[in-house]
Write a protein that binds this ligand. Structure first.
Ligand SMILES: C[S@@+](CC[C@H](N)C(=O)[O-])C[C@H]1O[C@@H](n2cnc3c(N)ncnc32)[C@H](O)[C@@H]1O
Length: 271
């Protein structure tokens, strides 16, 4: 597939015939920044595990509610968004700056197409700032060094870690990512996290996840609620705690609770 420089909605061919998570995720979200190989893999996964589309959409809706909470009730004005994904509707800076136009937001991803589209993340309000770092989240020293160009790390930061720790396959390494980042920000900082699970109805995702890992990169994994909660040790979870991300402070509806999806979500404060 060919793309035109300057047309942000036509992906530039990156010389890859391998599906990439950021682009498959974009396909499940109904975006157009993906290649045929991403759609083929995404559709095969959907065929095996149709809830994946609800998971992706619920995760983005959680992002909106969690960032609105952080920028609003919690008064956070700085955000570090790790594993940003391709720009879509309601990116972190748009949600935060609607509440507080002076919000400063740094995005981090290591996918080449996300980098290609990063300028769409840089349309900040005049009062605020956005920046993008092309880095692997596992290199927390590089992430923090880059973030410090835009964020004052002596003041509270909202660490947005949605659908990213699942790409850090080794438990110790995943804990080190969270621990390093939390240690680098002061009391009054926050973590918002989502993570896929084989619980909450995700039991049927084993075959689809295995297919994804054989046909796309980077590989990912699920974790149990207990394992995911352990990333937030030493932090104070706000109500309702670690739950299906659809059930985290859902918008008021007519009686019925939103359906559960196999993606845990939580927001926690550093005491
Ligand atoms: C499932 S998407 C989630 C996007 C967004 N956070 C959301 O919740 O909608 C995961 C993103 O993490 C990125 N990613 C995966 N492994 C990464 C790593 N080691 N370092 C930086 N980004 C990574 C992928 O490129 C992809 O854009």
């Amino acid at each position: 597939m060919m793309g035109c420089m300057g047309d942000e909605h036509v992906p530039i061919w990156l010389g890859s015939d391998t599906a990439h998570n950021a682009r498959v995720w974009n396909h499940w979200l109904g975006g157009r920044d993906n290649f045929p190989v991403d759609r083929t893999v995404g559709d095969r996964v959907f065929g095996m595990y149709p809830s994946i589309v609800q998971v992706a959409r619920a995760d983005r809706a959680f992002l909106g509610r969690a960032v609105r909470f952080l920028a609003g009730e919690a008064g956070v004005r700085q955000f570090l968004d790790l594993g940003t994904g391709l720009p879509t509707a309601d990116n972190t800076h748009e949600v935060a700056q609607r509440v507080a136009p002076e919000s400063r937001v740094v995005y981090v991803d290591n996918d080449p197409l996300v980098l290609r589209h990063a300028r769409r993340l840089l349309h900040s309000t005049p009062e605020g700032v956005t920046d993008y770092i092309d880095a692997d989240v596992r290199d927390t020293a590089a992430v923090l060094e880059g973030a410090a160009r835009t964020l004052d790390l002596s003041r509270p930061v909202g660490l947005i870690m949605l659908g990213i720790l699942n790409f850090v396959l080794d438990d110790d390494e995943a804990h080190a990512v969270v621990d390093d980042l939390v240690a680098a920000v002061p009391s009054g900082s926050w973590v918002a996290l989502t993570h896929p699970t084989l619980e909450l109805g995700g039991e049927g995702n084993v075959e689809a996840m295995d297919f994804f890992n054989r046909n796309a990169k980077p590989p990912l994994r699920a974790r149990t609620g207990e394992e995911i909660a352990s990333f937030l040790h030493g932090l104070e979870l706000v109500e309702p705690g670690l739950v299906s991300c659809t059930r985290w402070r859902p918008a008021p509806r007519d009686g019925a609770e939103p359906p559960v999806v196999a993606q845990y979500g939580a927001v926690a404060r550093k005491p």
